[in-house]
Design a protein around this ligand. Structure first.
Ligand SMILES: *Cc1c(COP(=O)(O)O)cnc(C)c1O
Length: 431
């Protein structure tokens, strides 16, 4: 399968080059040349397939020229070595828990898949690949974990001092090996600006092979389709129309769900639930895409004012708005509504949702009010412990630390502090 740039001004490339480039030279996102349908027998027989077999069948057409079956299968076995349970919450509502991986956020699957593909692609190049990534919290931890110990790849993570939670900082700074954390005196935007400057710095790129690991990379984006397939496997027995509500920030996860649907997954409707960063909910009302600077909320992994993957969704529907609208609704919720939902869910069902999951729950409720015949699933994208303060304050109860988090709590944080781009460049050139 080849991938083309959505700006249509760059060469068509293989999966391998799309992964290594990250973004096309014309700054467009890569998109697969076709979305091959899966046979109905695949969906009919899914209960009897292993998670790895399901993922293998779904992603193989996109990667097979560059990742042979004998490599792909072990990669997927490793990527999917934890559970993805659908937990019933109410009569017609379940939550798909995507937080049982090593960093307890759903980004683990995409980050691991990308790490292993890149490790495979750089197996016989002498030059080490440097993955440079700026993080506001969850991405850095998932990328660091995914790439830990991958030969031929080193990872440099920039994060803003004092702006990530203690647990998130520990997940970034305690791994060692091929992972280096750079603590930046500045904001997330400063980190991101430095990363962008590095990619455009010819003196640097002539000496080092730099790659980014953010969610626009096809190797992070496409494997997210597995979630929707694995949920379907568990919920077929409900025998009802299936609706997914996805807490959305950069819209990569929900876009992968829409791709799974295009491949034949029987989904009635998708809901993109957001916090007050409501660029897409506004677009679905007005058909005007009006990006804005982001506003901070308690569901901070979704504080995105200009979601990078929405362009892929529009492209998937050929910018046919009525068609898009028939498959996708999008609603925004305030922090106050989110906290109220967390409290309600806990009071009525005993389930502890994190703020992102709670936004997904609200979106689902809103859609089901108008379409009560469906079975609805909202995605729980992070474990509540990752947002400990707000969760404990809201529900008035302590949340126990799971073993993945316990493990990093008493390790020593190691990082280098940098103040500006010159220091970043010096570090990258020297090391
Ligand atoms: C990244 C993230 C999201 C948003 O996912 P997108 O694919 O960017 O829409 C939602 N919840 C959590 C916890 C995240 O880390």
């Amino acid at each position: 399968m080849n991938f083309y740039s959505l700006h249509k001004n760059a060469p068509v490339v293989s999966f391998k080059d799309a992964v290594i480039n990250g973004i096309a030279p014309d700054k467009g996102l890569y998109f697969p040349e076709s979305i091959p349908p899966l046979p109905s027998s695949f969906f009919d027989g899914m209960e009897d397939m292993s998670n790895t077999d399901i993922a293998f069948t779904a992603i193989r057409p996109f990667v097979t020229e560059d990742v042979p079956d004998t490599v792909l299968r072990p990669i997927l076995e490793n990527v999917l070595d934890f559970d993805f349970p659908v937990v019933p919450i109410e009569q017609q509502i379940g939550t798909l828990e995507l937080f049982h991986g090593p960093t307890m956020a759903f980004k683990d699957v995409g980050a691991r898949f990308m790490a292993q593909c890149l490790g495979y692609f750089s197996r016989d190049t002498k030059n080490e690949v440097t993955v440079l990534v700026a993080t506001s919290g969850d991405t850095g931890g998932a990328v660091a974990n995914g790439f830990l110990g991958v030969d031929g790849v080193r990872v440099v993570i920039l994060y803003p001092e004092g702006k990530v939670s203690d647990i998130q900082e520990r997940q970034l700074t305690t791994l060692g090996q091929n992972i280096t954390a750079l603590r930046v005196k500045g904001t997330f935007d400063d980190c991101q600006r430095m990363v962008k400057t590095a990619f455009l710095d010819e003196e640097l790129t002539e000496n080092k092979q730099l790659t980014s690991a953010n969610s626009i990379n096809v190797a992070r984006w496409l494997p997210q389709m597995f979630y929707f397939l694995l949920a379907y496997k568990q919920c077929k027995k409900e025998g009802k129309d299936l609706v997914f509500s996805v807490p959305s920030g950069n819209f990569g996860n929900i876009c992968a769900g829409l791709v799974a649907q295009r491949m034949g997954l029987p989904v009635k409707h998708f809901v993109a639930a957001t916090n007050i960063n409501d660029t897409v909910p506004k677009f679905m009302q007005t058909q005007l895409y009006d990006p804005k600077p982001s506003t901070a909320t308690i569901s901070n992994a979704m504080d995105v004012g200009d979601p990078s993957n929405f362009i892929r969704i529009r492209h998937l529907y050929n910018d046919d708005f009525p068609e898009l609208e028939s498959q996708l609704s999008s609603y925004a919720f305030t922090d106050a509504e989110t906290k109220e939902a967390m409290l309600n869910i806990y009071a009525t069902t005993g389930y502890v949702a994190d703020p992102h999951g709670a936004v997904g729950y609200l979106g689902l409720k809103k859609y089901l009010a108008a379409y009560p015949k469906a079975y609805g699933i909202f995605l729980e994208t992070a474990h509540p412990v990752k947002f400990l303060d707000v969760v404990e304050d809201t529900i008035g109860k302590k949340v126990a630390l799971p073993p993945q988090i316990e493990k990093v709590m008493n390790k020593e944080k190691r990082y280098l502090t940098i103040e500006n781009y010159t220091e970043l460049k010096e570090y990258l050139l020297q090391s």
